[in-house]
Design a binder for this molecule. Structure first.
Ligand code: 16G
Ligand code: ZN
Length: 529
């Protein structure tokens, strides 16, 4: 390690005195002007991680659905997964080290994680469309270069595109080509093949209005359009040319406020969807003829995909284990529908993509979605091999056809992480194949009325949870109070958890009516103080 260069460069990216930040569920995220030293140091860390695992590591500059003034950074592990938890701690140590301790902290990490500094390192970089992102990604490059790492800067990409690139690179092209063209070709080809298997017509169904949150999704969808000869009539709204990123629009806005985004005129029964700022989340919605807004969130997306896959799995007659992974935020009626009507096992894990992804890896076919619209489907290696083999060798037409559909879904879904573009194409294909309208999809089950609140407390860490965040262990007595309150209402459920991204405690309640869900959430919020 060239100590002189490290000192010189780190002085160009000074840490504001007293500032401490933590690598949380979404990496580092805060006001953009506080992040320069962080991204420089994450450039350093990416090099160390790359040397440690002898593979290409990704680094994405984005703050997803946060306001435009914020920014953030997160690392992507070799197969496109989130950074390994053991390294989250190193990230936090490096980020908070004072200038003069930087070299010492690097040396400590190298010792603890058995990093050989003489090994090669390769890092892929991506960024979203925030005004601050370009400069921050330059600082990432400074960090990479100080430790002698190689890098490839993809520039403007969606978060899931960067995850895809990293995975392609580390699997020697088995997952696809590590270029934007490779991504577009892979997805469009799989989509067209899948659609070809449709026996339904109905051109009008293929119209889709997309709110791109004034973010990167608009840019990348426009790039992708030429790959679709009129198959999907996608209409892009909130493309970032007029309004600010995520301002009154995007998947998070629509989900949280349960109302349509600005900048998108919705006619009755038109199918619409929203991406978030870095295009890794998607929610659908429509307005009925009476003008009522209907949200189709991650839970209902998971349900649609599960119905489709379960049917195909039955047709290929393999003993594949399929399951759905949700969090405590999943609407109670979605869980009930999946378990009781569809008869698919459902698992509940802690909030945060890494937890869902990890659990979903236990199954041959693991469908995971957060209610907020982040999700994907994972296929085990064994299932993938078997499916590809059936496509080639199976004589029974129905079975082969079903295997072919599964193969196309496998190619279409971004298995590295939730991907709004890829999820959208999977959903559009399923709706077309099943001849379903958005209303029919919505009618699979009715969401239980629910309310999400956040409250500021002196120290949110006094709340400790268990059972996938569904029960509070501390402070003493809180869970008993919640239990008593929940008993007052029908079909009710409530939980509290400290947020991983904001200095607040979140409260979720659901019940038989909106009034009761609101009342329960309010009463629980009083119990938290
Ligand atoms: C992060 C997570 C998201 C989760 C959210 C919860 C990733 C990539 N993102 O955005 O999955 O739903 O945090 O936020 O893991 P909260 O802890 O503030 O409620
Ligand atoms: Zn996002």
């Amino acid at each position: 390690m060239d100590s002189e260069a490290l000192r010189k460069y780190s002085a160009l990216h000074p840490k504001p005195a007293g500032l401490t930040l933590q690598y949380g569920t979404a990496g580092f995220r805060t006001k953009a002007e506080q992040l320069d030293h962080i991204v420089f140091r994450m450039g350093l860390l990416a090099v160390l991680r790359s040397k440690a695992v002898a593979a290409t590591i990704g680094i994405m500059v984005t703050a997803s659905h946060n306001p435009e003034e914020d920014n953030g950074v997160k690392l992507v592990d070799p197969l496109g997964e989130m950074l390994h938890p053991s390294w989250e701690e190193y990230a936090t140590q490096l980020a908070n080290a004072e200038e003069q301790e930087l070299q010492k902290v690097i040396t400590e990490i190298c010792q603890k994680a058995a990093v050989n500094l003489h090994k090669d390192a390769s890092v892929f970089i991506g960024r979203d469309t925030r005004p601050s992102s370009k400069k921050l990604s330059q600082s990432v490059i400074d960090g990479i270069q100080v430790l002698g790492g190689q890098y490839h800067d993809y520039g403007l990409v969606t978060t899931p595109q960067l995850h895809y690139m990293v995975c392609c690179q580390n699997t020697q092209g088995q997952y696809g080509k590590a270029t934007l063209e490779g991504y577009y070709e892979k997805l469009s080809k799989a989509f067209m093949e899948l659609i070809k298997q449709s026996h339904c017509s109905g051109e009008s169904q293929r119209h889709l209005k997309i709110d791109c949150a004034n973010g990167i999704g608009a840019l990348k969808l426009s790039e992708m359009k030429p790959y679709f000869p009129q198959e999907v009539l996608i209409h892009i709204y909130n493309d970032g040319t007029k309004e600010k990123l995520n301002h009154l629009c995007g998947a998070d806005f629509v989900k949280v406020h349960q109302k349509p985004p600005g900048g998108l005129d919705m006619k009755p029964n038109e199918r619409c969807c929203s991406f978030d700022g870095d295009a890794d989340r998607i929610v659908y919605y429509y307005k009925d003829t009476a003008g009522h807004f209907h949200l189709i969130d991650g839970d209902k997306i998971a349900t649609l995909i599960s119905i489709f896959l379960k049917d195909l799995l039955a047709k290929v007659k393999q003993d594949f284990k399929m399951a759905v992974v949700q969090t405590a935020y999943a609407n109670g009626n979605s869980t009930r529908y999946l378990q009781e009507t569809l008869k698919v096992p459902v698992h509940c894990v802690k909030t945060g993509v890494k937890h869902l992804h990890h659990k979903a890896q236990e199954f041959d076919v693991g469908v995971y979605f957060e209610a907020n619209g982040h999700g994907t489907v994972l296929f085990s290696k064994a299932a993938e091999t078997k499916i590809r083999q059936l496509v080639k060798e199976e004589n029974d037409d129905e079975r082969r056809e079903a295997a072919k559909m599964l193969e196309n879904v496998m190619n279409l879904i971004n298995q590295t992480v939730g991907d709004a573009v890829s999820d959208m194409l999977v959903i559009e294909a399923i709706l077309a194949l099943k001849g379903l309208t958005v209303q029919q999809w919505d009618a699979l089950y009715t969401d239980l009325p629910n309310r999400l609140l956040k409250v500021q407390v002196a120290d949110r860490r006094v709340i400790d949870t268990t059972d996938a965040e569904r029960r509070a262990l501390t402070p003493p007595g809180l869970q008993e109070k919640i239990d008593t309150l929940v008993k007052k209402y029908k079909l009710s459920r409530a939980f509290v958890r400290p947020s991983g991204t904001e200095d607040v405690v979140r409260i979720y309640a659901e019940a038989d009516t909106q009034e009761n869900a609101d009342a329960l959430a309010h009463e629980v919020s009083l119990a938290v103080f």
